[in-house]
Design a protein around this ligand. Structure first.
Ligand code: ADP
Ligand code: SF4
Length: 689
């Protein structure tokens, strides 16, 4: 039964001509699939409908071919031909009474048009501002262009209506949509009636919304997504100016969708941002308008959500990542199953699907974007197969997810863990600076498993091949993880690097075990994800004089994909860490390392009392290999299958491990598909010549 404290979250609310059934509002979010994987994206949105969201949006949809953000893969609505795939999505969204929304984006100064080869158009002629520093500039829109653009918005609105959507969100946030480019003095340096004063800068948004209202406003709601603060100093569209704009244009859209300035700010990772981090920026805006407001803040707690609505800060709880980690979040609150909510950990792995133009994953929800491709449902497992029991060796994210998914299928599951705590790497990494929220990966599964009669967890139970053969489980899943190497092998060095005799090199495992070197410490980062930066921070906090050396041009390079890099660099600088980029380490001696320039190979000496080697990891696959070597004994021991998964198979991020665990559980006792592709794939139809 629902806790009455949360009733307020289930009150319907009108947005222009349409009514949302509750306050759960899935704001637009990318998924890496977009126009390339329309059925996968549609099925993913359909799952959210089933999970109880009142409003569900697409990701950004490029509304005209003169503005697109290739290489990123979003949606497109350039011509009538695009309507059927969008209709498929809106139909899925509306299956359980949710409203379907489409976000129309004209990318202006953010769209390099690498695909269409059109000249980009923006309020002012400036270089394109995107992640990739493309050597492309935009031409300033002239009066005729503005008229054309207004018409293109109307065309897109009519097509959106045809495609079955209930709401249109006009994108003007995160530095991405043209509405922001007009509103901000940084990107709008015009001297005509569209530039200069705030009244003038607001004109374009007023005109487009008026045009759209005339065209579709009788049946569709029109919302405007604006940045709460552009955070680029004086010239930018500041929070104070946002408030002036909303006050002056109180009832312009049917709903104000308020997002933080840049995408990096708005999708702040848990390492840098708490839940509801944008509250300050939103507070009080409600009093400036008669229209409802939606805001985001990685909301996963129903108490915080209810507080936001009760206090009049927000009318709708906007969620992207929390809806990815748990598409059934509203339903679980409605059914009084708060403890079943799979909380987002704020790792931003989902965003990497977009940034790498692949397809998104979620650390917490391995079924994300596999709803259509693999037929995976976040809340339902396939039926049990022929065998009955499984022994899982190792309780890291791979082993725990496998256990949780298998016991839902109805298998009897035993998990053996060598240590006295479960969670594997997560149990250790959650104690590092800024990573405590990652512990939810373990906490969620730990609790869920504790509620099941068919799972036993054995701590302090290190198993070897002999004991596994003795137990005689039908299926054995080896999820024994990996350990960090101390010989430097990674990318710069594909074979062990020269380390002077007797020099102790520390690995991330040593530090996580509590051995923390002091004095002058070199952190050598040839891993490039978060670990090097996190350990540099830990060491600096412990008083060490830290130099981080990396062959990359960026600290924690791969975190550009999780939108963390921009926050990691200044945090390390503030912590007093010296950052040495584009340099490797070629030799390690008792009191110094030799560092080389990756371009010229010139070398330097960097004095060091200790070196922390963040290179690569070695699979703990000994138990698996021993078992394999004794395959002839399996049948007598009653063993039907032995499988190696997760980091023990090939080390990767935590999301790769939960995916591996889930996949193992789904496929156990499954039919042999031979050489067939293990997922469905959408292929573009060939056009007639
Ligand atoms: P993954 O990311 O693949 O889940 P982790 O390294 O996080 O891998 O977790 C592996 C877990 O397996 C660790 O908690 C480790 O203590 C445990 N483990 C490793 N070898 C054995 C073993 N022989 N018996 C039982 N547990 C083991
Ligand atoms: Fe949250 Fe991480 Fe999942 Fe994204 S990938 S939804 S940040 S848990």
């Amino acid at each position: 039964m629902r806790d009455p404290r949360y009733d307020i979250l289930f009150e319907p609310m009108q947005i222009g001509p349409v009514t949302a059934k509750n306050r759960f509002y899935q704001v637009p979010h990318c998924n890496g699939g977009g126009y390339r994987d329309p059925s996968a994206a549609a099925a993913m949105r359909g799952i959210k409908a089933e999970g109880g969201w009142g409003v569900i949006f697409t990701e950004q949809c490029e509304m005209h071919h003169t503005s697109e953000i290739t290489p990123f893969i979003e949606l497109r609505l350039w011509e009538d031909k695009d309507i059927p795939q969008l209709r498929k999505m809106s139909e899925r969204m509306k299956t359980h009474g949710a409203l379907a929304g489409i976000q129309l984006a004209y990318s202006g100064i953010n769209g390099p048009n690498l695909y269409t080869k059109e000249v980009p158009l923006a309020p002012s002629a400036l270089p394109i501002r995107t992640f990739t520093n493309d050597p492309v500039q935009a031409r300033a829109l002239d009066k005729q262009d503005i008229k054309d653009l207004r018409r293109w918005f109307v065309n897109a609105a009519k097509r959106s209506k045809d495609a079955g959507f209930d709401l249109i969100c006009l994108y003007g946030a995160h530095g991405f949509g043209i509405f922001q480019h007009f509103l901000s003095r940084a990107t709008n340096q015009r001297s005509d009636e569209y530039g200069g004063s705030l009244e003038n800068r607001a004109r374009f948004s007023q005109e487009v919304i008026a045009d759209m209202r005339d065209a579709v406003g009788d049946t569709m709601a029109i919302t405007l997504r604006v940045s709460l603060d552009e955070t680029i100093g004086e010239l930018g569209f500041s929070n104070a100016e946002v408030r002036d704009y909303i006050e002056m244009n109180k009832n312009l859209p049917d709903l104000w969708d308020l997002a933080q300035g840049t995408w990096e700010d708005c999708s702040g990772p848990s390492r840098f941002k708490e839940e509801a981090a944008q509250e300050e920026l939103v507070r009080g805006i409600h009093e400036l308008t008669d229209k409802p407001i939606v805001g985001v803040g990685r909301f996963t707690s129903p108490d915080v959500m209810a507080k936001m609505v009760k206090s009049g800060t927000l009318d709708f709880i906007g969620c992207a990542r929390p809806s990815i980690a748990d598409p059934f979040l509203p339903k679980k609150i409605e059914e009084g199953r708060i403890e079943d909510i799979r909380e987002c950990i704020g790792c931003n792995i989902c965003i990497t699907g977009d940034m790498t133009m692949s397809i998104s994953r979620c650390t917490q929800n391995p079924t994300f974007m596999e709803e259509w491709r693999k037929g995976w449902h976040p809340e339902k497992m396939n039926d049990k197969g022929d065998s009955d029991n499984v022994l899982i060796v190792g309780s890291g994210p791979a082993g725990l997810e496998a256990a949780w998914a298998l016991c839902r299928r109805g298998y009897d599951v035993a998990v053996a863990e060598a240590r006295d705590v479960i969670g594997g790497r997560v149990a250790r990494e959650r104690l590092l600076p800024g990573l405590s929220a990652w512990g939810r990966v373990v906490d969620y599964r730990d609790y869920q498993l504790s509620q099941r009669p068919n799972v036993e967890i054995y701590r302090e139970s290190e198993l070897d091949a002999e004991s596994i053969l003795e137990f005689g489980f039908e299926n054995v899943c080896i999820a024994t993880g990996a350990k960090w190497r101390n010989d430097g092998v990674s990318r710069q060095h594909v074979v062990p690097m020269p380390i002077a005799e007797g020099v102790k090199v520390y690995t991330p495992d040593d530090l996580m075990d509590g051995t923390i070197p002091s004095g002058r410490v070199v952190v050598y980062d040839d891993d490039h994800y978060y670990m090097g930066g996190v350990l540099a921070e830990l060491l600096a906090k412990n008083g060490a004089q830290v130099t981080l050396v990396t062959p990359s041009a960026y600290v924690s390079d791969w975190t550009n994909n999780t939108l963390e890099q921009i926050a990691i660099h200044p945090r390390l600088v503030d912590a007093g860490v010296e950052i040495v980029l584009n340099q490797g380490v070629t030799e390690i001696h008792p009191d110094h390392v030799v560092s080389n320039c990756v371009y010229t190979d010139r070398t330097w000496k960097i004095e060091a009392d200790a070196v922390v080697m963040v290179a690569s990891r070695l699979e703990n696959n000994a138990v698996f290999n021993d078992l394999k070597a004794r395959e002839a004994e399996w049948a007598d021991a009653g063993i039907k299958s032995v499988k190696l998964i997760g980091d023990a198979n090939a080390p990767g991020p935590i999301a790769w491990a939960t995916y591996a665990g889930h996949r193992y559980a789904r496929e156990l006792d499954g039919e042999d598909i031979g050489d067939a592709l293990p997922f469905r794939r959408e292929i573009t139809e060939l056009a007639a010549d």
